[in-house]
Design a protein around this ligand. Structure first.
Ligand code: ATR
Length: 269
């Protein structure tokens, strides 16, 4: 029987993951199928268990990543503190291993695809929800001089900074507390989904110097990246590369081979 994988979410109709993993499989010669599964909002566990009777692994997307973390039997170090799981592997003994490849995907997209070394940079991470939480540790591992988490609800940024305080120079602040330019701003809020902007100061962007990264992507520039471009950001990058890179990390966990992402990203663009 062919090895089966899937992505589970709600909604799931617009997911690019099946297309990405099929391209990976073709390119590496791995024999597998990859489908998109819609789980009812009140029964992610049932959908997951049903698929993994035969299936070997799943990706998990919004809004089930925290539930996935709670349902698996063990976690990789990356998933342990992230509190969210986006990749599950059924091990030989039938138990479920949860990983989080989002942060690795983000760092790889920034450093490898966009060519921005994060070492020594002043980074502002906007948002303190599940999406932000999944990327703090890999960002700190890349050696920035400072990682400041800002959030509309300041207490959530403070909790997140405290959770990762032993991993590097991480701090927390409110949106308008910071007015000094930084090197890189990463938008991890869900504001873009509604076409909204986080209320951060335009002074954070030094014209022609500061890079901006929106973890969201859309067929057109996101509201955050349009705003950043208007302020003169040196580069505005969306999250499509992160999506492809986190998928490649999942593929590596499952199949032991890391596909080439550049050709897949090019095909998707
Ligand atoms: P996700 O898993 O996508 O991170 P989440 O855990 O619900 O979703 O977190 C959403 C994040 O986006 C939070 O940081 C939220 O800020 P609050 O903690 O203050 O709610 C942020 N967010 C959502 N809409 C926003 C908006 N319009 N302006 C600013 N921040 C917003």
């Amino acid at each position: 029987m062919t090895d089966r994988y899937a992505v589970i979410g709600n909604p799931i109709g617009h997911s690019k993951s099946p297309q990405i993993h099929r391209m990976f499989a073709e390119q590496t010669g791995e024999a597998l199928t990859y489908e998109a599964l819609l789980a009812p909002l009140d029964d992610f566990a049932g959908t997951l268990r049903g698929f993994l009777v035969e299936g070997l692994g799943v990706n998990v997307t919004v809004p089930f990543k925290e539930q996935a973390w709670a349902l698996v039997d063990s976690h990789t170090p990356a998933a342990e503190r992230a509190g969210a799981v986006n990749t599950i592997q059924r091990l030989d003994d039938g138990s479920l291993l949860g990983d989080n490849t989002d942060g690795k995907g983000l760092v790889r997209d920034l450093q490898h695809n966009a060519g921005l070394s994060l070492a020594g940079l002043k980074i502002l991470l906007v948002g303190a929800g599940g999406a932000a939480r999944g990327v703090v540790q890999p960002l700190l591992a890349a050696g920035p001089s400072q990682l400041c988490i800002v959030n509309r609800t300041v207490s959530k940024a403070e909790e997140l900074a405290a959770l990762f305080a032993d991993q590097g120079p991480v701090s927390a602040a409110g949106f308008r507390w910071i007015e000094e330019p930084v090197d890189l701003i990463i938008n991890a809020t869900s504001a873009s989904l509604a076409g909204d902007l986080p209320d951060i100061s335009p002074n954070l962007i030094r014209r022609g110097h500061t890079w901006c990264y929106d973890m969201m992507y859309a067929s057109e520039a996101t509201a955050f990246n349009r705003w950043a471009a208007e302020q003169g950001a040196a580069r505005c990058v969306d999250g499509l590369g992160m999506l492809v890179e986190q998928a490649a990390e999942a593929f590596l966990l499952w199949r032991g081979v890391r596909p080439d992402t550049a050709s897949v990203l090019k095909a998707l663009r």
